[in-house]
Design a protein around this ligand. Structure first.
Ligand code: ADP
Ligand code: MG
Length: 709
């Protein structure tokens, strides 16, 4: 250990140094580490193992029983052979046989011929995996392998032979940096830099039963027993979540002490007129959401609220109230949709209602003509138009309001942070309402969107006749076609969704067109078949949708452009081809297009995929229609990053906490963080000094991290 990191404070400082300064890390290793996302010494310390190999009590080969186990033995032989597998396909089998004097066990690999060259007779290996009997031998198929010692002559790995009796961490690594070497680099870093002072106040540690920071860092990587790794992980995950929640709590605190928001006045003329003219009463959820939104709008603090509700839960009506109140209060409002179809649908749904109560409105999209746009923009700057619906065309520079006080953004995850900022900047401290039909799990609303208050619409105002979802193979597609024929005979309509998700949108559109032509010429030659793709001109799309609405099209072949917002109650049957290509949330949104009206819906998921993940998704869809439950499952399957798109938020920085399983820790960290900030916003008390330094630094780093506005 060098003198520069001989005390806890200087060790902590060293965390900020480039990783090349860590022991055994030279320039080339630093490059490899960087490709793993490890730039600084602190990152190296927080590169958590993804699994452990428990060598504290390995079973002898003669005694090991079927089931999960870790065993150690020396390689007796390595054999590769080729046979014919099912269907006559060539199959390469590699077998590595271990012996230890009490028995033997064989590791088996299929179609991984390179395994043969990886292991040699005489090496000592640990195998970990599921032990099974086959042909009288104990086997592990595709075991996880750790080289314990090379054959005596050659040795390329550090620390070999010193692993027995230990719990070995396995860190994800990259080509050119072996698991053994990475382990050594981390061991050195842990020795040199992990002995740091505790930064959490003692009462939190006690209340939450958490171990100290330094101990957790050391035992995360090198636990003496497997349970210690779990205890360590929990402490570090809590720490990360507390950091995040403290940042969120501070922002919330600042926001609520900021008084620059526009003070809207609810219960004005338009508000009341809207209630009178609505052909139905609001549901309890809608009522609650409206009052939460109007409370925010009426306050002197800027609104930052999320309105969450599955397709068909009635978000549009809730938004209408906010729009009306903005106009009532002398402001203007805008509502941005991710697609032209959806923007048009707002206008169709709310336009007539607004006309009736005398609320002026306009629609601006990419297909608005120049002449229309000119007039619209004039009315906008003069204040003649109070509500503007639109697509990203709203973001253009020449769109200027007289006084915009409310911005509503639908399906926000489809817009970048920058786009939302641009829209927001067109007003003066405009209130912001973000709507999403993707039911975001609570763990995410508390973290990624943690500084937005959320309103939930859970119940559907119109129960609908319900949906039956089935899964079939392509060879059985005739039965799905029969269902389409039957529906059309009854006067209903159908969707056939076919998308090559991985291909470019151009190829995808082509394939949909091709599909439409095939179906129109063959199976459905007696029906009116049309196609809708994202590549079509907006006017063409609108025209097709109008015809579909009017019942002039029987079957709409489409790409996923119908996913969002399309609402044709007479359409009852949907075929989703290659359904395995879609995520859970997307499949759920797609099927939400049918069965919401008076007619029962039928969804046919058509797929030949054998993948476990696809199977799980189908099972989930067949078992529940609850969007929030499916969203939780989606989160577990795909992880948070993918669900949210790019690194648009601080959760990308979470290295140890896992939003798909740490629900409880999130709640605890949130409680603690909000309590700390409520009591002491600047964290000024002496026992919080280290925590304050940490959070101030993080805040400076995430300066640019903003979720909305
Ligand atoms: P979302 O935008 O959340 O998908 P919508 O606002 O389009 O849902 O509402 C879905 C359907 O339910 C629409 O046809 C709408 O008119 C209707 N609706 C909304 N709220 C109610 C209500 N409280 N009672 C009856 N019907 C409602
Ligand atoms: Mg306000």
């Amino acid at each position: 250990m060098t003198s520069q990191n001989s005390n806890p404070a200087s060790r902590l400082l060293a965390w900020g140094q480039a990783v090349v300064h860590a022991r055994y890390v030279n320039e080339s290793r630093a490059k490899l580490l960087e490709s793993l996302g490890i730039q600084r010494i602190g990152d190296l310390l927080h590169h958590a193992p993804y699994r452990y190999l428990d060598l504290t009590s390995t079973a002898q080969l003669g005694a090991v029983q079927p089931g999960e186990a870790t065993v150690v033995g020396s390689v007796y032989e390595v054999v590769k052979r080729t046979t014919r597998g099912r269907g006559g396909r060539r199959l390469t089998i590699t077998e590595v046989t271990l012996i230890d004097g009490t028995g033997t066990l064989i590791g088996v690999w299929f179609n991984q011929p390179w395994v043969e060259a990886s292991y040699k007779q005489g090496q000592t290996l640990a195998f970990s995996g599921d032990v099974k009997y086959r042909n009288g031998f104990k086997q592990i198929i595709q075991p996880f392998v750790e080289k314990i010692a090379d054959s005596p002559q050659e040795s390329s790995e550090p620390d070999e032979g010193r692993h027995m009796g230990k719990v070995l961490p396995v860190h994800s690594t990259t080509e050119g940096l072996s698991v053994g070497w990475l382990r050594r680099l981390i061991a050195a870093a842990v020795d040199d830099y992990a002995q740091v002072s505790e930064y959490l106040p003692i009462d939190i540690l006690q209340r939450r039963g958490l171990v100290s920071y330094g101990w957790a860092l050391r035992r995360l990587h090198f636990p003496k027993q497997l349970e210690e790794a779990q205890t360590a992980r929990e402490r570090l995950a809590y720490g990360e979540l507390l950091d995040l929640q403290l940042l969120i709590a501070r922002r919330r605190y600042r926001m609520t002490s900021e008084t620059s928001g526009y003070v809207h006045i609810p219960f004005g003329f338009l508000h009341q007129a809207l209630t009178e003219k609505l052909p139905f009463a609001l549901t309890e959820d809608q009522d609650q959401a409206v009052s939460e939104i109007l409370d925010d709008m009426a306050s002197k603090h800027p609104m930052q609220r999320l309105l969450l509700g599955d397709v068909g839960t009635g978000k549009t009506v809730v938004a209408a109230y906010a729009l009306a109140v903005a106009a009532d209060s002398g402001g203007q409002a805008t509502m941005m949709a991710p697609t032209e179809v959806l923007a048009q649908q707002y206008a169709n749904k709310l336009g007539p209602l607004f006309d009736e109560i005398g609320l002026t409105w306009g629609l601006l999209t990419g297909s608005t003509t120049a002449a229309d746009k000119k007039i619209l923009l004039q009315q906008l700057t003069s204040g003649g138009v109070k509500v503007l619906f639109g697509t990203h065309a709203l973001l253009e520079e020449d769109v200027q309001f007289q006084h915009m006080t409310l911005a509503i953004v639908d399906e926000q995850h489809r817009f970048g942070v920058q786009q939302r900022k641009t829209l927001h900047a067109k007003g003066e401290s405009a209130d912001v309402l973000v709507m999403s039909a993707t039911p975001i799990p609570r763990t995410l609303t508390l973290t990624a969107f943690g500084d937005l208050a959320a309103s939930y619409l859970r119940a559907r105002p119109i129960a609908g006749a319900g949906i039956t979802t089935r899964k079939i193979k392509f060879s059985k597609i005739a039965s799905a076609y029969d269902a389409v024929h039957a529906a059309i005979k009854e006067g209903r309509q159908a969707y056939i969704v076919c998308a090559l998700v991985d291909e470019s949108s151009k190829i995808e559109a082509q394939s949909a067109v091709q599909m439409m032509e095939e179906l129109a010429a063959g199976e459905f030659s007696d029906c009116r078949v049309e196609v809708l793709t994202g590549k079509m001109k907006p006017v063409e799309k609108a025209c097709i949708m109008d015809q579909f609405h009017a019942g002039k099209i029987d079957i709409l072949v489409s790409t996923t452009v119908i996913e969002v917002g399309v609402d044709v109650h007479n359409a009852t049957t949907m075929l989703i081809l290659d359904a395995d290509r879609y995520g859970l949330a997307q499949l759920h949104q797609l099927r939400g297009r049918v069965g919401r009206g008076q007619h029962a819906g039928e969804v046919w998921l058509v797929s030949d995929s054998f993948s476990e993940a696809a199977k799980e998704r189908f099972e989930a869809l067949l078992s529940t229609d609850d969007g929030f439950r499916l969203a939780e499952l989606d989160l577990k399957q795909r992880g948070a990053g993918e669900l949210l798109g790019t690194r648009q938020s601080g959760i990308a920085k979470l290295k140890i906490a896992d939003l798909s399983r740490d629900d409880e820790l999130i709640e605890l960290a949130r409680q603690d963080a909000f309590a700390l900030i409520a009591e002491d916003f600047t964290l000024s008390s002496p026992e919080l000094a280290l925590l304050r330094t940490r959070i101030d630094a993080l805040e400076a780093k995430y300066e640019t991290w903003k979720v909305a506005g």
